[in-house]
Write a protein that binds this ligand. Structure first.
Ligand code: DGL
Length: 270
């Protein structure tokens, strides 16, 4: 396929669930002319408790599906899959370009005044080498307190952003970070920005929350530009397709509840 024809193909994004839409909305803001094909593997959510081999197999299945549906680039909008599979995907699919999530420890370490940064993430992300690498590389002199959030992704998938159970969970997860003096908290899972207002409310206004999604959108633009794959600006707005391996009706409800950009919702068999 020639480059202009490839440039007209959609940007592919995948996540275990609705979390990837926090990246999708930033991409759509930055690149409103691009078509976006978002695959949420909701039949297999959550990814957080899964083993590396399983995460690689699921990430490969998502990549095959997006490639078969014409994706010109793959954005791994999932910290868990990025930690377990990003380097591996690049080796397995050398003809494809991938952009992945890295916990935003670098900007957090640059911003903290207290010298203590908290990271909220899934168990698999906390166990992965990627987090250790970024901490080693960017957080010298900063104390990084890591907190797993088991169960939180399930609450967000259920649309229970403000439920007493969710608020109790958040209180429990934030307590060790605040007790350690964290003034900057990294949202190390793409689902968590959907409960950022609740986290901010519980943590207090002096705490800064950091979401990597805008930086990942900018990085996607850089990679597209390097490969001559940016869709030229026209009158036409980019179309969004939300594909789920779970229930399209449940996905459509979440899209409406979260005020996400409108789009077609379809079922995917990966
Ligand atoms: N949204 C994902 C992440 O960024 C996956 C969460 C999960 O499925 O456990 O880690």
């Amino acid at each position: 396929m020639n480059t202009p024809a490839r440039a007209a193909q959609p940007i592919g994004i995948f996540d275990s669930g609705i979390g990837g839409a926090t990246v999708l909305r930033e991409l759509h803001l930055l690149l409103p002319h691009e078509d976006i094909l978002f695959l949420a593997d909701q039949a297999n959510v959550p990814y957080g408790p899964r083993a590396t081999n399983e995460l690689r197999a699921l990430s490969a299945a998502n990549t095959y599906w997006l490639r078969a549906h014409g994706a010109k680039i793959i954005v791994v909008a999932c910290n868990t899959a990025s930690a377990a599979a990003l380097q591996w995907l690049r080796a397995e699919f050398p003809a494809l370009s991938f952009v992945g999530m890295v916990p935003a420890v670098k900007p957090a370490a640059a911003q903290t005044h207290s010298g203590v940064v908290g990271v909220l993430a899934t168990p698999a992300t906390l166990q992965g080498e990627l987090l250790d690498e970024v901490v080693l590389r960017w957080a010298g002199g900063t104390t990084v307190v890591r907190q797993g959030c088991p169960g939180l992704v399930e609450q967000i998938e259920a649309g229970a952003f403000d439920s007493p159970t969710t608020l109790e969970m958040l209180k429990e997860f934030l307590q060790p970070l605040l007790a350690a003096g964290a003034d900057t908290i990294v949202l190390g899972c793409t689902h968590y920005p959907f409960v950022a207002p609740q986290i901010q409310q519980l943590a207090g206004p002096q705490v800064q929350l950091i979401d990597a999604a805008p930086a990942v959108a900018r990085q996607t633009l850089r990679v597209l530009a390097e490969h001559g794959l940016v869709q030229p600006h026209t009158e036409r707005r980019g179309e969004i397709t939300y594909a789920t391996t779970g229930s399209p009706a449940a996905m459509a409800r979440l899209i409406a509840q979260l005020g996400l950009p409108p789009g077609r919702v379809i079922h995917a068999s990966t």
